[in-house]
Design a protein around this ligand. Structure first.
Ligand SMILES: Nc1ncnc2c1ncn2[C@@H]1O[C@H](COP(=O)(O)OP(=O)(O)OP(=O)(O)O)[C@@H](O)[C@H]1O
Length: 263
């Protein structure tokens, strides 16, 4: 790994939305590095700018000031290079297309040959454990399976960076636990860099190598926690003292962000 190369590097990043009610400071003085192979979670109360930060990395929003480098270039160029896959909270699959058809759609638009589309769809379906479901329609799959299909779609470009905005937020806890385990396995196998938005402290602690705690109005980073947990993480690790200590620090960071106020 190059010590001076970061997959994402934000320096004094500010992003303000001008609205009818005046400016909304969605991000203020955000400084953050994401390195290759990191699994970074963003956690904070509603409205603290988590989605805005992810969207800025994806060049879907543009910073008001400061610097943002993605894959060594500007977010716009990184987007053109298809440097990332994006997974949204809702699976967002087209109901009239099969699962494989959904995965192939962006590849079709990008002009991949039919054979390559099939090869890639087969490969990513296998990665998310949906082998054999390519011919099914979204409504024939459970919510968790649909979300896995949307992860497969984001993986189909084979981008090194995966941006995930609360992908499991709408799922029940048991399904969510299972998907968390599977996502960690996938991350290990593919060596992707993952930026992951969540509201759940256990989810953030279980998944991440780095936890970014944010506070609202204006959206700032209040703590960055480098996880000391081993890479190998059975779900039972959540009962360990180490896990509980990290979760405690996240909770304190969230409390500080609230209590201290930012205005
Ligand atoms: N396009 C926009 N125009 C105006 N204000 C916006 C826009 N997008 C977001 N905001 C505001 O910016 C702030 C940050 O929003 P953002 O969606 O990034 O928060 P979040 O932490 O992801 O919240 P949640 O957890 O509820 O998804 C909020 O106050 C929101 O209302």
């Amino acid at each position: 790994m190059h010590s001076d190369f970061h997959v994402v590097n934000a320096k004094d990043l500010c992003l303000t939305f001008e609205t009818n009610d005046g400016p909304v400071h969605a991000l203020k003085d955000v400084n953050l590095q994401i390195d290759k192979g990191d699994f970074v979670s963003f956690i904070g109360p509603s409205g603290c700018g988590k989605t805005t930060l992810l969207r800025a990395i994806a060049a879907l929003e543009h910073p008001t000031s400061g610097e943002l480098i993605v894959n060594g270039t500007t977010p716009d160029l990184a987007r053109e290079d298809r440097a990332y896959g994006y997974v949204f909270q809702a699976a967002g699959l087209f109901p009239w297309r099969t699962i494989a058809g959904n995965i192939k759609l962006p590849l079709e638009i990008m002009g991949f040959a039919k054979s390559e589309q099939k090869e890639r769809a087969d490969k990513v379906l296998k990665l998310v454990d949906l082998e054999g479901f390519g011919n099914k329609f979204p409504w024939q799959l459970s919510g968790g399976m649909q979300q896995r299909a949307s992860i497969a779609r984001a993986l189909a470009f084979d981008a090194d960076l995966l941006l995930m905005d609360e992908p499991f937020g709408a799922l029940d806890e048991i399904v969510r636990d299972h998907l968390n385990e599977q996502l960690l396995e996938l991350w290990e196998r593919t060596h992707k860099t993952i930026a992951f938005v969540t509201h759940s402290i256990p989810e953030a602690v279980y998944l991440s190598t780095k936890i970014v705690v944010m506070s609202p109005r204006p959206g700032r980073i209040t703590d960055v926690i480098e996880s000391t947990l081993p890479k190998e993480r059975p779900l039972s690790i959540r009962d360990s003292q180490e896990f509980i200590d990290i979760a405690h620090r996240v909770r304190e960071g969230l409390r500080f962000g609230h209590g201290d106020g930012a205005d």
